[in-house]
Write a protein that binds this ligand. Sequence first.
Ligand code: ATP
Ligand code: MG
Length: 424
Amino acid sequence: MARKIQAIRGMNDILPDQSSVWLYLEKTVAEVVKSYGYQQIRFPIVENTDLFKRGVGETTDIVEKEMYTFEDRNGESLTLRPEGTASCVRAADQAGLLFNQTQRLWYMGPMFRYERPQKGRYRQFHQIGVESFGIASADIDAELIILSARLWKKLGLLEHVELQLNTIGLASEREAYKAALVEYLTEFKEQLDEDSQRRLTTNPLRILDSKDEATQAVLQKAPNLEDFIGEESQAHFERLRAILAANGIASVINRRLVRGLDYYGKTVFEWVTTHLGSQATVCAGGRYDGLVEQLGGKATPGVGFAMGVERLVLLLDTLNLIPDEAKFSTDVFVISMGDDAELASFVMAEQLRHAIPNLVVLRHCGGGNFKNQMKKADKSAARFTIILGQDEVEQQVCQVKDMSSGEQQTQPLDSVVEYIRSKL
Ligand code: ATP
Ligand code: MG
């Protein structure tokens, strides 16, 4: 036998028993974002490497060590997208959708990061992203958070996630803070973990995020970012909090929340759960007013977030929140024997699908005797089995078996649609 080829480590197949949860989540998101006026945008999975280097930032974890980068056959450096915001900006700007107008956009699809695979962390994973452009005021930050809260509510997740909020100010404010932080931390350099020592010169803000205890101990007495936040950023933050409060959305302020991507400024936020171990963030985002310009467009404010689909699916599964209607099930199984019955059963199955939207009608294909077909009907867990043989066709009837009671009835072919409808 030929050797079987396995999937790439950290890249998962989503099998039929899981795909209905994905479809349910995607459908729910699509409905919620649409109700806020967001339109879908789709962009390629592969982009020029420079887009992410400039967009996400050279000294971020993503660009330093997580990207799938390769040379095209003509020597161009390409990268499998590690996130969607940079591509979304590229696509929207390229189409002239950004300057002097507002946009509300969303997307979903696979992202690729070379990370150590574990529960909730994969090398191909999926994000649903929501972005808005052209609005500088805090009301749009609030809208995005309110939208995400509505989604959690619809999914039954609201009580299982916590909103963490912070403001990281303007670039100039962060620069001043970085200088103060580096000055303080340099004194204790030896006590910092290895990553944090390196970040002292590359990306000092990220040190705040360190999980290392010794580093966290040193940070206890470090200067506070909050003290460097100017009036404009502070007012923006207060307004956001006021709108959230007026909408009954609880949040906690996490002054250590900085996010791992360079493009954020002012608002940053994460929705965090206690149910998923250390892969706790199911949704993360913030404001990125400098990004469009950084990528060569005209200065345009932006704000957005991305949800991790695998983590949300895990959470829905863990908490048993998949409604029965979202699970795949067969309503009617159709079996037949003989050429005439086969033809009649096709026609009847089509009538059922046409007349009753969303009805799942599985017509057995491949022949076989009644006994074997009946076994398949049992296995399908269908609610009804409709049976058609030569006798039935001659009399223009069929047998309808209620699979839970075992009761079987003869029904005229021309009233079977009404009969099934009345039983649903
Ligand atoms: P983390 O701190 O968990 O590495 P991040 O800050 O790198 O997350 P973002 O780039 O902000 O994550 O991505 C937004 C969301 O996408 C995350 O909150 C998470 O739900 C999901 N996500 C990110 N990386 C992965 C991954 N490798 N596998 C699965 N989901 C992921
Ligand atoms: Mg990460």
